[in-house]
Design a protein around this ligand. Sequence first.
Ligand SMILES: NC(=O)c1ccc[n+]([C@@H]2O[C@H](COP(=O)([O-])OP(=O)(O)OC[C@H]3O[C@@H](n4cnc5c(N)ncnc54)[C@H](OP(=O)(O)O)[C@@H]3O)[C@@H](O)[C@H]2O)c1
Length: 326
Amino acid sequence: MDRPVRWGIIGLGKIAHKFAHDLLLVKNSKLQGVASRSQSKAEIFAKQYNAQSIYGSYKDLITDPNIDAVYIATPHSYHKQNSLDCLAHGKAVLCEKPMGIDQIEVKEMADFAKEHNILLMEAMWSVFHPHFSFVKQKCEEGDFGKIRFLSADFGFLPEFDPNGRLYKKELGGGSLLDIGIYPIFIALYLLGEPKDISASATFYDSGADSSCTMKFDYGDGVIANLKSTLLEDTPTTCTIEFERATVIMHRRFHMPTSITITSRGLKEAKEFESIGYGYAHEIIHFNKLFREGLKESPVMPLSMSLTLSKTMDKVKNIIGLSYAKK
Ligand SMILES: NC(=O)c1ccc[n+]([C@@H]2O[C@H](COP(=O)([O-])OP(=O)(O)OC[C@H]3O[C@@H](n4cnc5c(N)ncnc54)[C@H](OP(=O)(O)O)[C@@H]3O)[C@@H](O)[C@H]2O)c1
């Protein structure tokens, strides 16, 4: 396929702006169309990022035959339906994290994509950043030995907005789904699934969690301490203690950043190249999958999205958090 991959974006909020900015930096792809619930918002967005088709309804973008791939940037509780609607119309889907509210939703999405033979990937952008692959490679090479301890946090103090998606439970609000997913992801990515999980949380009046601390126990003394919070601005770093080295992924560890490796008393700082805000890396990967006709990413496979949602469900059960509609 020689022509550019033609992208559409659904839900023109904060992250959609960053994604559109980075999409313009990626060769052989273009922003074909954008869709908002508001026509005027879509018009302003389209002008800013030079999108050709402007839609005041998501459905109109989904049925546009000139769109190949759709980036879903709506609140968590809409991810499943928006993705299924796109997949049903033959669009490849890059869906923001978390792909679904729980593992039942994620499984339904993965099964649908497989059944209809269409590309679906969760937009876990971190895994496409060079510092993530560097650390993963170090784990596989084994020079540093095995991981004995990992700690990762993600916390910030947003302005309280009772109508915002971080607070509202019906939009999938709370710290765990929004930012806890990153510390959990790095633990799963580097250490796999834990043998045991303990967790505790605090809650907003809405019932969404305002903070969550987790301990993943891998047996043989190997532990991951993880934390998400909307109550404090935390370092948002990740420390990985191997048998023969310690690696620190600096603030904020989930996005393009530097790392420090300390081994046998020697400290080495490592910098990595990044494109745009860092979303370009996942776009380049997704474009390649699309062009090659692949239906799943080998780097961020649907099995990983399922494990991620299954693990978050375990944490939710422990802290007594449920998004089931009453
Ligand atoms: N990868 C990352 O680094 C990253 C960073 C931040 C967020 N995210 C993810 O991206 C998604 C969107 O986050 P965001 O921060 O961009 O949120 P946001 O600013 O609130 O934007 C979400 C957009 O979804 C649309 N929407 C549809 N139904 C809605 C409803 N009932 N209430 C509110 N908005 C609704 C709106 O777009 P229209 O008005 O145009 O329809 C809204 O602007 C979330 O899943 C989040 O986890 C990822």
